[in-house]
Design a protein around this ligand. Structure first.
Ligand SMILES: Cc1cc2nc3c(=O)[nH]c(=O)nc-3n(C[C@H](O)[C@H](O)[C@H](O)COP(=O)(O)OP(=O)(O)OC[C@H]3O[C@@H](n4cnc5c(N)ncnc54)[C@H](O)[C@@H]3O)c2cc1C
Length: 442
C-alpha cells in the first residue's frame, strides 16, 4: 500500500476542483467524489433554461478537467456518511452498492441545496435552478407552456399557461425574469398564431423592499428599472404564504392577500446545507449558521478536526456570501495549506478574501456589475463586464471563446437554438423529484 497522504475531496464544484488542481504536483493520492460527472457553472444555468446555451457548454466533465493530473482519480457516487473517527467516507454508487473510502485529509465541498423554508412539499409544484436537470426541466416547462397556450381556446387557461411566477429577486430570480422576458418579447414573438407571447406575464416576487439585496442601492435601482422596462411585474414586500400546483398565495406588507395563478413557478428563494453536510455536523459537533453552513477557522478547518477542511457554499468563512469567488479562493488556499504541510511551499497563513465583485444579467445586453466593490456599471457596459468575467470561469480556451461568441451573437441575433422539447421531456405535470440514496432507503 502507498504511504502517500490520501486526500479525499467531496464535490467537484468550483471549490473542490480548485483545491484538486492546486495539488496537481503534490505527492498525494487524490480521490474526487461527485454525484454528477461534471462541474457546473451555476451562474450560466439560467441560459440553459431559456435555450441560449446547451447543458454541455456550462458543465465540463470532471474526468476531462483532471485528465492530465495522474495523482487524481474521479469517483461517481453520492457521499452519504462521513466517519471522522475512522476517517472514512461512505459512498453510494449510482448502481446501488456502497463503497468505503479512507482519507488522511478531507476537503468537504458539496455546496448547498434549495431551501423551501420548512415547506418541502412545495418541491413538487415548483421549478428550481441548481442542477442541469433543473435547467432542462425548466426549459421544457417554459417551452411546453407556450405550446399549450397555442392549443388552448379558453383565455383564462391561456393566461395561466403564460404566467411565469418567480419567487426570490436575488441574482437568479432577476436573471431568469429578464431572460424569460427576452425570450417571449424578442425571440418567439413571431412564432405563434393564436396568442401573443409578448403578452406573457412574468411576476417576480420578494419579501424584501428591493431586488438584488446584496448589491449597491444604485445598481438595485437600475435593475428594478430595467426589469420594469422589459415588462416584468415586480412585487416587493410580498411574501409567498402557500404554493400548490398552478397557484401561489401572496401576502403584501399592508396585510392584503392575493392569489396568483401561474402554471410555471420558479423557486429561487433560498439555500441551505446538504444532507451530507448535516451528517458531518452531527458526527463532528461543528457549529453552523442559519443556513446550516459550517463555521470554520481561518484555515478553513473544522475546529478540533485539523484533517477536515470545509470550503465554498458549505462553509461559513467570515460570513462571506455563497458565491463563486469565495469557493475558488478557499479551494486554492486549502491546496496551498496542504502543500505547506508536505514541506512543498510557504504556509499561506490565514485565509484572506479578495472581493472581485458581484453581477447579474437582466435580459439582452443589460446587466448590473459591481467589480472589486469599486466599479459599479449598469446597462450595456455592465453586460460587457458580465460576459468577460463569466467566460473567464469556463474551462478551456475554446469554450471561453465559444461562450463569448454566443453572447456577442445574442446581441445581434435573438434566435435561441436550444429549444427542443421531446415527447418524454414535455414538462407539464408536477416536477419529478430526484431519487437520492437517502430517499431510496426510505
Ligand atoms: C442559479 C445559480 C446562479 C448563480 N449565479 C452566480 C453568479 O452569477 N455569480 C457568483 O459568483 N455565484 C453564483 N452562484 C453561486 C455559485 O455558483 C456558488 O457559490 C459556487 O458554485 C459554490 O461552489 P462550491 O464548490 O461550494 O459548490 P458547487 O459548485 O455547488 O459544487 C458542489 C458539488 O458537490 C457535489 N455534491 C453535492 N453533494 C454531494 C454528495 N453528497 N456526494 C457527492 N457529491 C456531492 C455536487 O454535485 C456539486 O458538483 C449561483 C448559483 C446558482 C444556483
Amino acid at each position: 500500500m502507498s504511504d502517500r497522504k490520501r486526500v479525499v475531496i467531496i464535490g467537484g464544484g468550483l471549490g473542490g476542483m480548485y483545491a484538486a488542481v492546486k495539488l496537481r504536483k503534490a505527492p498525494v493520492d487524490i480521490t474526487l467524489i461527485d454525484k454528477t460527472n461534471h462541474q457546473l457553472y451555476q451562474a450560466m444555468l439560467y441560459q440553459v433554461a431559456v435555450g441560449m446555451l446547451s447543458p454541455g457548454q456550462v458543465a465540463p466533465s470532471l474526468r476531462s478537467m483532471l485528465r492530465h493530473q495522474p495523482n487524481a482519480r474521479v469517483m461517481l457516487g453520492t457521499v452519504t456518511h462521513i466517519h471522522p473517527i475512522s476517517r472514512e467516507v461512505v459512498l453510494a454508487r449510482p448502481d446501488g452498492p456502497e463503497e468505503v473510502i479512507r482519507y488522511d485529509t478531507l476537503i468537504f465541498a458539496p455546496g448547498v441545496r434549495t431551501d423551501y423554508f420548512g415547506h418541502d412539499a412545495y418541491a413538487r409544484s415548483v421549478a428550481t435552478l441548481k442542477t442541469i436537470d433543473d435547467a432542462v426541466w425548466l426549459r421544457s416547462r417554459i417551452l411546453s407552456s407556450l405550446e399549450i397556450a397555442e392549443l388552448e381556446d379558453d383565455p383564462h387557461e391561456v393566461e395561466k399557461w403564460t404566467t411565469f411566477a418567480i419567487v426570490g429577486a436575488g441574482p437568479t430570480g432577476v436573471e431568469v425574469a429578464g431572460a424569460i422576458a427576452q425570450l417571449t418579447r424578442s425571440v418567439v414573438h413571431h412564432d405563434f398564431r393564436k396568442f401573443d407571447p409578448a403578452r406573457t406575464r412574468i411576476v417576480l416576487i420578494d419579501a424584501a423592499p428591493h431586488v438584488l439585496g446584496p448589491f449597491a442601492p444604485k445598481l438595485r435601482d437600475a435593475a428594478l428599472k430595467a426589469l420594469r422596462e422589459q415588462g416584468v411585474e415586480v412585487l416587493l414586500e410580498t411574501r409567498v404564504t402557500d404554493v400548490s400546483s398552478g397557484s401561489l398565495k401572496l401576502l403584501r406588507e399592508d396585510g392584503t392577500t392575493q392569489m396568483l395563478e401561474a402554471r410555471t413557478i420558479l423557486w429561487a428563494a433560498g439555500m441551505r446545507s446538504t444532507a451530507v453536510a448535516d451528517d458531518l455536523v452531527t458526527s463532528t459537533g461543528a457549529l453552523t449558521d442559519r443556513y446550516g453552513r459550517i463555521h470554520v477557522d481561518d484555515h478553513c478547518r473544522i475546529p478540533g478536526h485539523p484533517e477536515i477542511f470545509v470550503i465554498g457554499d458549505a462553509a461559513n468563512q467570515g460570513d462571506l456570501p455563497m458565491v463563486a469567488q469565495p469557493a475558488m479562493q478557499e479551494g486554492k488556499h486549502v491546496g496551498k495549506t496542504i502543500l505547506a504541510e508536505l514541506g512543498l511551499g510557504k504556509d499561506p497563513g490565514p485565509f484572506k478574501y479578495f472581493n472581485k465583485g458581484t453581477m447579474a444579467q437582466i435580459g439582452r445586453g443589460n446587466a448590473v456589475a459591481d467589480a472589486f466593490g469599486v466599479v459599479k456599471l449598469s446597462g450595456f457596459p455592465g453586460s460587457v463586464l458580465w460576459a468577460v468575467l463569466h467566460a473567464w470561469y469556463v474551462e478551456g480556451l475554446f469554450a471561453k471563446v465559444e461562450v463569448t461568441a454566443r453572447w456577442l451573437w445574442s446581441l445581434v441575433a435573438v434566435n435561441r437554438r436550444e429549444r427542443v422539447i421531446t415527447v418524454k421531456s414535455a414538462a407539464l405535470g408536477d416536477r419529478p423529484l430526484p431519487t437520492t440514496p437517502h430517499s431510496r432507503k426510505g
